[in-house]
Design a protein around this ligand. Structure first.
Ligand code: ZN
Length: 167
């Protein structure tokens, strides 16, 4: 059975690995180290499954362009909630989510800098979705209904709509 302390140690280890990496690949190193630590240790459940799915797909996701500020990870780790196993998994999940999604600007509904690009797997198009209030926009900024089948887009999908440049 995984303990909160083990999860926290896994995160500390991944942060330490990232700090030793070349700045241009530190986010990838962070996610790789986190995957190695968490594989087989996370208790099963929707939150854990989501984390592991993102970590396994990380080499095709826009990690380099993602929202995560890796220079801030030490401070973030201190501020995260480590009260229960669920909140620990949630805290790690939030970091993985930030490290794999690209910012799409401010939400005009809740006034936060919370829009991210997501792929709508039903309508097969890129949308901008608010992390906080689920406000959903098309790429031109028009409000639309979400189909509810949203995935983190790959680098290729984001390049195709010129959100990121090919490397
Ligand atoms: Zn919002």
């Amino acid at each position: 059975m995984t303990t909160i302390q083990e999860l926290r140690n896994s995160l500390k280890h991944a942060i330490a690995e990232a700090e030793h990496a070349n700045p241009s690949c530190s986010k990838s190193v962070f996610l790789d180290a986190l995957r190695d630590c968490l594989m087989g240790t996370l208790p099963s459940g929707p939150a854990s499954d989501r984390i592991l799915t993102l970590l396994k797909r990380s080499n095709e996701l826009p990690v380099f362009n993602s929202r995560l500020d890796e220079s801030d990870l030490r401070r973030r780790e201190d501020c995260l909630s480590w009260n229960s196993l669920d909140s620990s998994i949630q805290a790690i999940g939030d970091l993985v989510w930030e490290a794999t999604t690209v910012s799409a600007g401010d939400c005009d509904e809740c006034m936060g800098e919370e829009l991210v690009y997501l792929w709508d797997a039903v309508s097969e198009r890129m949308v901008k979705v608010c992390d906080l209030c689920s406000n959903t926009l098309d790429l031109e900024g028009r409000r639309i209904e979400s189909t509810g089948r949203l995935e983190v887009p790959t680098r290729n999908q984001l390049e195709a709509v010129s959100v990121i440049e090919s490397d």
